[in-house]
Design a protein around this ligand. Structure first.
Ligand SMILES: *Cc1c(COP(=O)(O)O)cnc(C)c1O
Length: 350
């Protein structure tokens, strides 16, 4: 008997490239992207810009670098960006915009659904006065912690920002998860929903190495002028890559083959949540996309590390800092989710 493979629910970043993706990488024509002559990078940049309705795009190694290039391209030293307390480009990027760009964040509290009160956005915009940093950007994230921002909010918040003269940036690391979730509500095509969300913004960052299943890479989209500035910042950040077409080909393959299948990840996340309903000590947040958050009751909380160790001993990997988190992706199947449910239930029965 062979040991079953680990069910790795720590993140959608852990996926291995499929055989077809590897073949696409090996077949990719390559050049030197610092000279601007890698055909596979150029093709990817045109593809994602066209898909989301922008003039241009820039292939970057990580989502963190993409957000950094975006904020520094929109801002000068002494400017600020309005951003959520839980947003990746505030909380999880080492304060890069402040460190490298002298751009300060102006964080806002989220509402329970991940949105902001419009009055909070408006109230955070500083008057033109020497005392204050210049408020330049509103940055949203969609999905945020697995939540789809209601489209009415995205429209209202970005219209307000525009009326106030702010640039609008979307950290759409999981934009296609948002588009799949939104498409399930509206019945419109997933790509149309992705474009509809993206078109509310001046710049959009998307990750290929999350649910889309590519090994490396993100893209930043915007106007030609904006992308020219971002290109300079990418160089300064050390993100000019040479035969990067190997990676761009994987991303391109992911756009062609891994967008619609995200719906399967969302269905498995719902199955995981449903399978844990009624377990004493657990409060399961109904998932809207591919991330399931579970709160442990006050009595169960001290057992978090024991639970993670128990799951690991059963070949199930998850993360739990404050909350338990399970993320479904390309390399998780229905059998894996059933194993996870059984192992968690077993722990709480014991
Ligand atoms: C993963 C992620 C990023 C970028 O992460 P990298 O690890 O730098 O690629 C940015 N924003 C969000 C919302 C993310 O989930």
């Amino acid at each position: 008997m062979t040991t079953p493979q680990a069910v790795d629910l720590r993140s959608d970043t852990v996926t291995q490239p499929t055989a077809a993706m590897r073949a696409a990488m090996m077949a990719a024509p390559l050049g030197d992207d610092v000279f601007g002559t890698d055909p596979s990078v150029n093709a990817l940049q045109e593809k994602i810009a066209g898909l989301l309705g922008f003039e241009a795009a820039l292939f970057v190694p990580t989502g963190t670098q993409s957000n950094l290039c975006a904020i520094l391209s929109h801002c000068q030293r002494g400017d600020e960006y309005i951003v959520g307390q839980q947003a990746h480009c505030y909380r999880w990027e080492g304060g890069g915009a402040a460190v490298f760009g002298s751009v300060q964040p102006q964080p806002l509290e989220h509402q329970a659904d991940g949105t902001f009160k419009l009055a909070d956005i408006e109230g955070a915009i500083k008057p033109d006065d020497a005392h204050f940093a210049r408020t330049r950007v509103l940055a949203l994230e969609n999905t945020l912690g697995g939540k789809l921002l209601p489209f009415e909010f995205v429209q209202a918040a970005t219209q307000l920002a525009r009326a106030k003269g702010l640039q609008r940036h979307l950290d759409g690391a999981r934009l296609f998860n948002a588009a799949v979730a939104q498409s399930a509500q509206t019945g419109s095509a997933v790509r149309d929903e992705a474009r509809r969300i993206a078109q509310c913004f001046d710049s959009v960052s998307v990750c290929f190495s999350k649910g889309l299943g590519a090994p490396v890479g993100s893209a930043l989209c915007g106007s030609r002028e904006f992308i020219a500035r971002a290109h300079r910042i990418r160089k300064m950040a050390g993100g000019g890559m040479r035969q990067a077409g190997l990676l761009a080909a994987a991303a391109s393959h992911a756009l062609d083959h891994h967008v619609d299948r995200l719906a399967q990840d969302h269905a498995l996340a719902r199955r995981l949540a449903d399978g844990l309903e009624g377990v004493a000590g657990l409060a399961v947040e109904p998932p809207q996309s591919n991330i399931v958050f579970i709160d442990l009751s006050d009595e169960a909380k001290p057992r978090m590390n024991d639970l993670l160790a128990h799951l690991k001993s059963q070949g199930i990997l998850a993360t739990g800092l404050y909350r338990l988190r399970f993320v479904t992706h390309l390399d998780v199947d229905a059998a894996g989710v059933e194993r996870a449910i059984a192992a968690i239930r077993q722990f709480f029965r014991a």
